[in-house]
Design a protein around this ligand. Structure first.
Ligand code: EZ4
Ligand code: CO
Length: 405
């Protein structure tokens, strides 16, 4: 079998997605997700100009060799654009291998380690009361784990919350230039502790809670927040601080037993090797799309397993349903799987473009038994929603200092 052609599609059913389709001379094709939110066209150019010409005529069954070729063979290793391109090709090759074998990808990884995939949903509110009302709805839907984010009084916008427009502001779509938002750590501290106190008072101890700090705190501030939240027993605190310097997390770890999660922006094992090996985190949140695909995530999962670190793949709406499918296959196999972030299957346009047969019941997602990744991409429907330039926000402190978004 040979790779005959590779096509790249960018569609925007509410937000941009980069989809890769690898076609073979046997008529079998595979799909991959290469979406890097706010930098989509950089990946498209990288794929079309630099990656695809090297792959035509190669045997798509040699997934490992193609991965190594694209990683070691470029000299300029790592990085989000490069790794998203590798990831998309890798997912597509696993999809092809599954289709050829007549097996879902998880069977190729080693089969099922569990019945279904535990999910955590998002409750994003304009006030603590609003967040808790949304939490109530999710609990009634059957979710057992929920991420709570609430607007911070005194700030115009807060990560995860968008006033009266939409409950998840990244879905805003088109923006000519990056919007700017303000951040205040003191204002945040007051409201976030109250949020979890109120949540435990209203819902008791059974439901598991998660919170995403989105890297807004310094390590010592995160250490303090972890301590303050200990009594509310979080499943984990996500992205407490930046960890470009992985030692940052030893400061947090020395002070708190609140479990820690990180990794959604990481591109390779090297971004989290020390965090894992020194047992500074409890959950690794790398995404198939951003960290080199199924081949790379499988290795990171195995490495993590010997240090008591569980996987909790990123599940934001800017990862396409193809990435979700890749995560589903990994999650059902990974012996040290923890939990999958889940924001629903998206809007109607998205469902029209990406078709799959996963189901969700009582806070768990269940596999499709379709061969390969079990996802279809409707090119015609996708062409109805062309690419629109769009950016994630940037963040500044109240005095104007640029901060982490
Ligand atoms: O802000 O994916 O846990 N989820 C997140 C996401 C990220 C976006 C950035 O593109 O932090 O919502
Ligand atoms: Co996050």
């Amino acid at each position: 079998m040979k790779i005959e052609a590779i096509k790249v599609f960018v569609c925007s059913p509410g937000r941009n997605f980069v989809t890769v389709k690898v076609m073979t001379d046997a008529g079998v094709y595979g799909l991959g997700d290469a979406t890097v939110n706010g930098r989509e066209m950089a990946v498209v150019t990288y794929l079309e100009e630099h990656v695809i010409p090297c792959l035509i005529g190669r045997d798509p069954s040699n997934i490992e060799d193609i991965w190594q070729y694209l990683y070691k063979g470029v000299y300029w290793r790592k990085g989000p654009i490069n790794m998203a391109a590798i990831a998309a090709i890798d997912m597509a090759l696993w999809d092809i291998k599954g289709k050829v074998a007549g097996l879902p990808v998880y069977q190729l990884l080693g089969g099922k380690s569990r019945k279904g995939v535990t999910l955590y949903a998002h409750a994003n509110g304009e006030s603590i009361a609003d967040t808790l009302d949304k939490t109530q709805v999710l609990i009634e839907q059957g979710f057992k784990a929920i991420r709570l984010q609430s607007a911070i009084p005194g700030l115009k916008v807060t990560y995860g919350v968008l006033g009266d427009k939409k409950d998840y502001y990244e879905l805003q779509g088109n923006r000519p230039l990056p919007p700017e938002e303000e951040w205040s750590t003191p204002k945040y501290f007051n409201s976030v502790v109250e949020l979890f106190r109120a949540a435990r008072e209203r819902f008791g101890d059974e439901i598991q809670f998660v919170h995403d700090v989105h890297s807004r705190l310094t390590p010592i501030e995160s250490a303090k927040l972890g301590k303050l939240l200990e009594e509310f027993n979080l499943l984990f605190l996500e992205d407490a601080s930046m960890a470009e310097n992985q030692d940052n997390f030893s400061i947090i770890r020395q002070h708190t037993t609140t479990p820690l999660a990180i990794g959604e922006t990481y591109n390779t094992i090297w971004d989290c090797k020390d965090l894992i090996q020194n047992q500074l985190i409890d959950y690794i949140r790398v995404a198939a799309t951003h960290a080199g695909g199924i081949t790379a995530l499988r290795r990171i999962a195995d490495f993590s397993s010997i240090y008591n670190v569980k996987t909790a793949p990123h599940g934001a709406p800017d990862l396409s349903p193809i990435c979700f499918a890749a995560h589903m296959h990994l999650n059902i196999w990974t012996p040290n799987f923890g939990i999958q972030e889940f924001v629903g299957f998206g809007n109607e346009q998205l469902k029209q473009i990406f078709k799959h047969e996963y189901s969700v019941k009582n806070g768990m997602a269940y596999m499709s038994e379709a061969p390969g990744l079990g996802i279809e991409f409707d090119e015609e429907a996708a062409s109805q929603y062309p690419y629109k330039r769009s950016y994630l926000p940037v963040s500044r402190l109240e005095d104007g200092t640029l901060w982490n978004w």
